[in-house]
Design a protein around this ligand. Structure first.
Ligand SMILES: Cc1cc2nc3c(=O)[nH]c(=O)nc-3n(C[C@H](O)[C@H](O)[C@H](O)COP(=O)(O)O)c2cc1C
Length: 212
């Protein structure tokens, strides 16, 4: 068995109860802005975990495209593996790891499709090639070879030359509405700081410190 003898002690910072914003979205915003400042590349990349109807999990990276007090939005193919899982089981989890800050954020909640109008607005902001790719890729399906994609792209380039590319009917956003958001700050000797915000029935948030 390959063993990995790498160790890092986390010493950058601490997280105290009195430093936390009462609103987890404001707290996320603060940390996310700091992550963007410290980690130029893909600080908005997050692991999305879903599970099928039998509870068998799968995970993959997706990109956070917007967030507000309603939740965290990413875009994908509505016929992909993740989408068919979410159709049967909307429970989802997101996690961010920002190594430059020795921080992690873990979100658990429920995912729902955003409106087609909102997906259209976002789709229009995508680069031309990415828009075409959304028409080409039947995400998560088995394909015979690379040419399938390259030829598909050429066909779409011809089809949409000089025309606006519409949003494919199978493509759009999901919003993960959180029921809990945990903020993790690495500390020396693995005695990290963890605070979990849990949404209460009346809509308020309970904040608790968790053991590392
Ligand atoms: C950095 C990075 C960003 C990605 N962003 C997205 C994204 O925003 N949306 C998406 O559908 N897939 C994205 N992917 C690809 C997914 O990880 C995954 O391969 C794809 O969505 C298919 O997943 P599924 O078969 O589980 O549905 C990204 C991958 C990486 C490594």
């Amino acid at each position: 068995m390959a063993t990995i003898d790498l160790r890092k002690d986390y010493r950058l910072s601490g997280l105290r109860r009195k430093d936390l914003h009462a609103d987890p979205f404001r707290q996320f915003d603060r940390w996310f802005q700091q992550a963007l400042d410290s980690q130029k590349d893909e600080a908005h990349a997050m692991t999305l975990a879903t599970a099928d109807a039998k509870g068998r999990p799968s995970s993959r990276i997706v990109l956070l495209r917007s967030y507000d007090e309603n939740g965290f939005v990413f875009y994908t193919n509505y016929e992909s593996r993740k989408a068919s899982q979410l159709a049967k089981n909307p429970h989802a989890a997101l996690s961010f790891f920002w190594p430059m800050l020795e921080r992690q954020v873990c979100i658990a909640g429920s995912a729902a499709r955003i409106s087609r109008e909102d997906s259209v607005v976002y789709f229009k902001t995508r680069p031309h090639g990415n828009q075409l790719a959304a028409w080409v890729s039947h995400q998560s399906e088995v394909i015979p070879d690379r040419e399938t994609l390259d030829d598909g792209l050429k066909r779409m380039e011809i089809k949409y030359r000089g025309r606006k590319i519409p949003l494919p009917p199978w493509w759009g956003g999901y919003c993960v509405k959180p029921s809990s958001i945990e903020f993790w700050q690495g500390r020396p000797n693995r005695l990290h700081d963890r605070f979990r915000y849990s949404r209460q029935k009346n809509g308020s948030w309970k904040i608790e410190r968790l053991s590392p």
